[in-house]
Design a protein around this ligand. Structure first.
Ligand code: ADP
Length: 492
């Protein structure tokens, strides 16, 4: 199959969250299965052309954003030696320091134009490259209008006659909703397609709705989240749209790249270790304690957290439990960036409890690895969580996750208790500070019992969420989409 991934992020070039990990990792596994996979992302200013050996292709292409013509160039390099990645380069939209917004965490005012431009440019690029995709796989709101283009403006374009589209929701909270009066003409759609079963969404133009209405298949990143988003509690208004397409909604769990997230070979760590020999983990714990300015004590319970500063991630509960657990022998090592109110509140906690709380306000890959490796437990009490990669990474590093039972957290972490010792983490059931506090207390008491703690750590290490498991599900989904498209073309 010819598979084209179009997204706004991809590791190792640009990463804001888990979306980047998926877009940069799933293609490697599809390639191993024999597919021709290619990726298109924007050429953000922060992507280092020299480091990645980007080559400029001999095209100068143009697309229209509203009435304006915008030109762009294509740069390229190989991911993992054999997966072509194409970067859309345009100074006006992508030559800035931030990805989605400025340093204060405020989204760019022209994000709508930026991703209309990017979506149109991706379609033109694939034609210029003469790469006829069987599957166009679009991710999150930034690329939601691409399935709509394929079925409207490009419905009669022979280049795409055998192309099916997949739209994957990585987070339903970010939908790209804009005023319709200016967006419909800016994106180049016809007003006749601005209807409630197509582009219209409560009198707005909503990028995600476009993807959900037009894609041949919709997917999301865990089975539980696929069910949750079809309910008013988690659907963010999209539940009715999803219910009408319920037979086309797939939930496929993300994996992680175990060759990258590997404490045995990780070069960021003070010492390497494996599930058979943890001695290196004790050195990593000391290293983390010293980076945090904490007492170097093996018996202290070190709880790590690597996260976006966002209400989704449960920081109201985290702040609450940091205060309530001050009488216990616990240290909290937190790395995060994003919302400035959360940042300030977390930095305040660090200032009043300096010997027990450290907060690094940063996006720092190396430090993230050091926290996963140096922590006994990993805190992720998300209010909602489409899949979550951090808890899976934590398992790989033997940091036992403490999570809320929601979305992908519910699919990956099973509760450990002293009576039923099969769980790989600690799971609380209802999103309240009390429930998280109780769970941390349970984890803390089990940590003090060396025998029980070694069992839960062993279970964490034994968990396996490799892409090898999920790639077959993706292939099956792609085949279903393809068959559907062929049937549609013949019928038409
Ligand atoms: P989300 O996509 O909602 O941010 P995920 O758990 O799916 O959450 O993925 C988060 C990814 O981003 C993980 O790989 C995690 O290690 C990384 N990450 C999050 N915040 C930071 C940070 N401040 N510094 C470094 N890496 C981070």
């Amino acid at each position: 199959m010819n598979i084209l991934m179009i997204a706004s992020e991809c590791v190792p070039y640009v990463k804001v969250g888990g979306l980047a990990d998926v877009v940069g990792t799933l293609p490697k596994y599809l390639k191993k299965q024999g597919h021709d996979v290619r990726i298109i992302i924007p050429k953000y200013k922060t992507i280092d052309g020299v480091k990645y050996n980007l080559e400029t292709l001999p095209y100068r292409l143009r697309v229209k954003v509203g009435k304006e013509e915008e030109s762009f160039r294509l740069k390229t390099c190989m991911l993992d030696g054999d997966i072509p990645v194409y970067f859309i380069e345009n100074m006006r939209y992508f030559n800035r320091l931030g990805i989605y917004g400025d340093e204060a965490g405020i989204g760019y005012g022209d994000n709508r134009e930026r991703y209309i431009f990017f979506s149109k440019a991706a379609i033109e690029s694939v034609k210029a490259l003469m790469f006829r995709p069987d599957i166009v796989h679009c991710h999150d709101w930034h690329t939601g209008i691409i399935p709509a283009y394929l079925k409207t403006t490009h419905a009669d374009d022979g280049f795409f006659w055998r192309t099916s589209s997949i739209y994957t929701i990585h987070n339903i909270a970010f939908q790209g909703s804009f005023d319709a009066e200016t967006t419909v003409p800016m994106a180049g759609f016809l007003w006749e397609d601005y209807k409630s079963d197509k582009l219209e969404f409560y009198n707005t133009f909503n990028f995600m709705k476009a993807g959900l209405a037009y894609a041949d298949i919709i997917s999301t990143v865990s089975p539980t989240y696929a069910n949750e988003i079809q309910t008013p509690a988690a659907g963010n208004g999209m539940e009715v749209v999803l219910q009408t397409r319920k037979d086309d909604v797939y939930g496929i769990l993300n994996g992680i790249d175990y060759s990258y997230w590997n404490p045995q070979t990780d070069k960021n760590l003070a010492a390497n270790y494996s599930k058979n020999d943890f001695s290196g983990k004790i050195l990593c714990k000391k290293d983390l304690q010293s980076r945090c300015g904490f007492n170097l004590s093996e018996n202290t319970f070190v709880v790590g957290c690597v996260s976006r500063f966002d209400n989704q991630k449960g920081f109201d509960l985290i702040m609450d439990v940091i205060r309530k657990t001050q009488h216990l022998d616990i240290q909290f090592a937190v790395l995060g960036s994003g919302d400035r109110y959360i940042r300030d509140a977390m930095l305040y906690l660090k200032s009043i409890y300096p010997s027990k709380v450290n907060v690094f306000n940063d996006y720092n890959e190396a430090l993230a690895h050091q926290i996963y490796a140096g922590s006994d437990a990993f805190l992720m009490p998300s209010l909602f969580e489409p899949c979550g990669l951090s808890q899976i990474i934590a398992l790989a590093y033997g940091a036992v996750p403490i999570v809320n039972k929601t979305g992908g957290l519910a699919d990956t972490i099973k509760d450990f208790t002293s009576s039923s010792s099969s769980g790989n983490g600690f799971v609380f059931n209802l999103y309240t500070g009390e429930n998280l506090f109780d769970k941390i207390n349970t984890a803390y008491n089990i940590f003090r019992n060396k025998n029980l703690w070694s069992k839960v750590v062993k279970n964490a290490f034994a968990s396996n969420f490799s892409w090898d498991n999920s790639v077959t599900e993706y292939e099956n989904m792609y085949n279903t989409a393809l068959n559907r498209r062929i049937a549609y073309t013949i019928y038409k």
